[in-house]
Design a protein around this ligand. Sequence first.
Ligand SMILES: CC[C@H](C(=O)O)C(=O)SCCNC(=O)CCNC(=O)[C@H](O)C(C)(C)COP(=O)(O)OP(=O)(O)OC[C@H]1O[C@@H](n2cnc3c(N)ncnc32)[C@H](O)[C@@H]1OP(=O)(O)O
Ligand SMILES: [Co+2]
Length: 137
Amino acid sequence: MLGRLNHVAIAVPDLGAAVARYRDTLGASVSAPQALPEHGVTVVFVELENTKTELLEPLGETSPIAAFLERNPSGGIHHMCYEVDDIIAARDRLKAQGVRVLGDGEPKTGAHGNPVLFLHPKDFDGTLIELEEVPAR
Ligand SMILES: CC[C@H](C(=O)O)C(=O)SCCNC(=O)CCNC(=O)[C@H](O)C(C)(C)COP(=O)(O)OP(=O)(O)OC[C@H]1O[C@@H](n2cnc3c(N)ncnc32)[C@H](O)[C@@H]1OP(=O)(O)O
Ligand SMILES: [Co+2]
């Protein structure tokens, strides 16, 4: 069911400072910040040869990463995103096995313009999982 690792996301308290570390200290290629009000985050992608790192900063009063940053004030790894070729088939298969699909269970449009869903961290070894439907390359 799983395809490539699309990204590893890191929640950060200060996106500008994190961007400077990746761009200037590590010499990485970093995208422009993208505000995603529907998701309550501002994101930046660090482009790597084989995958991406997603840097997340809270946006708005009800950001889903606010509680995470309260527990981890310096930031930390927040989720892994795996690619799937059919997100509805993946969701239905997981739900049938008792996995908790977060939100209302319907995919939203993620930062890459593709449908995404999140799976409860307690169902996957303490790791929040994002599934992203990526068209066949
Ligand atoms: C889609 C745009 C972009 C993209 O890539 O395209 C993004 O990735 S946006 C990313 C931000 N969006 C989300 O994270 C949406 C899904 N997340 C959620 O619905 C919540 O964050 C949720 C339910 C995972 C956690 O909610 P909350 O922080 O309010 O915590 P709870 O008290 O409900 O937590 C219960 C339990 O889980 C542990 N927890 C919480 N977050 C994580 C995490 N990221 N990784 C591992 N574990 C996590 C938390 O510590 C609690 O544990 P407990 O032992 O009960 O104390
Ligand atoms: Co993500």
